[in-house]
Design a protein around this ligand. Structure first.
Ligand code: BGC
Length: 352
């Protein structure tokens, strides 16, 4: 059995681009603990009780800032933005104006580009020992995006073992945005085998199909009769290796499910039999992007644990990929004077 503890604050004290980085922690009344860092407004750890009452760290990550600097392109626990997921060829047109973004995924822009929000040191404020707010002002033109974007991400730990994440943003020029948290989960504990045996329930009837460059083809496909049918709970491995073009394009699941659940109904639920730990995801976002860690490659994570392919999965709540090039997808445009608001809850439980 792995004995899980939180990383040490001194290993997160560093200076990046002239700003100091920190590790911040929250504890609730049931003993659940989370750790965050202002480097990328990231979730570093979540120690949650398993069915035996032991605390298990269900988030993949690193013991120090150096680990995150080395594995930036994996986005561990990070706030991904300004525009999480892909924008085809890093190009879009908005109000008649053409924009070209920094490219970092072949010709695509992924998760805001190489200098995205995951790389920035955010300002921080802790409230009542239960909530941490991170703030970042992204200058006009950063990574090619229009408008100065004032962004706020808050993480609150409730006594119901929920991590409540809220995003807010305003702009001074019409722009596009899509924000998510990119935590990789292993509900048996990070570094404790892979997650193919996790049981997943996603009540979505439709998903967003992609092409070989992992860009949406502009349609919604029904999940019924395909590997994408999680409407009845099933193990991730059940159809993960099925002969389906959609799975081949992404080397596994790396697809957005159309979410029509209201915020008080889970948009996705994951469960690991060994630990008994469950995760319910609630969101105001129209999509839940399931990424099964297909591109994890042998990173040495916390305590030297190896993170191999499928070693963790993400349930990224977000708008659909490449929305700026698909006017019929849910709106990702923010105008001056509007406030973008979005809420996601990761709720942990145990089944005995
Ligand atoms: C994307 C993957 C990408 C990964 C990077 C995910 O959100 O969908 O395609 O490789 O992030 O860590």
């Amino acid at each position: 059995m792995i004995n899980y503890t939180l990383p040490k604050p001194k290993d997160f004290e560093h200076n990046i681009d002239g700003k100091n980085t920190h590790l911040l922690t929250l504890t609730n009344r049931t003993g659940m603990q989370i750790a965050l860092t202002d480097y990328g407004a990231r979730l570093v750890s979540a120690l949650v009780p398993d069915k035996y009452g032991n605390l298990v760290d269900v988030i993949l990550g690193f013991d120090s800032i150096q680990g995150y600097l080395r594995a930036q392109e994996k986005y561990h626990g990070a706030t991904a933005g300004r525009f999480c997921n892909r924008i085809a060829n890093g190009k879009f047109t908005l109000e008649g104006q053409k924009y070209t973004l920094a490219q970092n995924n072949g010709s695509n822009s992924l998760h805001g580009g190489p200098g995205g929000f995951h790389e920035r040191v955010w300002d921080r404020q802790v409230s009542f020992k239960k909530k941490i707010d991170f703030y970042y002002v992204s200058p006009d033109g950063e990574e090619g995006f229009p408008g100065e974007l004032k962004t706020n991400v808050s993480y609150e730990l409730t006594n119901e073992n929920e991590i409540v994440i809220q995003f807010r943003a305003t702009t001074d020029k019409t722009t596009v945005l899509n924000l998510t948290n990119h935590a990789y989960f292993n509900l048996n504990g990070e570094g404790n085998g892979d997650t193919q045996n996790h049981i997943l329930h996603i009540p979505s009837e439709k998903f967003i199909p992609i092409n070989a460059q992992q860009i949406p083809i502009g349609e919604e496909y029904p999940v019924r009769g395909t590997a994408f049918d999680f409407t009845t709970p099933k193990k991730i491995v059940k159809d993960l290796h099925a002969e389906e073009e959609q799975l081949r394009f992404a080397h596994g699941y790396d697809h957005t499910f159309v979410n029509i659940q209201p915020i008080n109904t889970a948009a996705a639920t994951a469960y690991a039999e060994q630990s008994g730990i469950s995760l319910e995801v609630f969101t105001s976002e129209p999509g839940v992007h399931l990424y099964t860690g297909n591109f994890l490659t042998d990173d040495k994570g916390k305590s030297g644990h190896k993170y191999l392919k499928y070693g963790g999965f993400c349930l990224e709540t977000q708008h659909y990929p490449d929305s700026p090039n698909h006017p019929d997808f849910p709106n990702v445009i923010l105008h001056p004077g509007e406030v973008f608001e979005s809420k996601t809850i990761y709720k942990f439980g145990v089944r005995k």
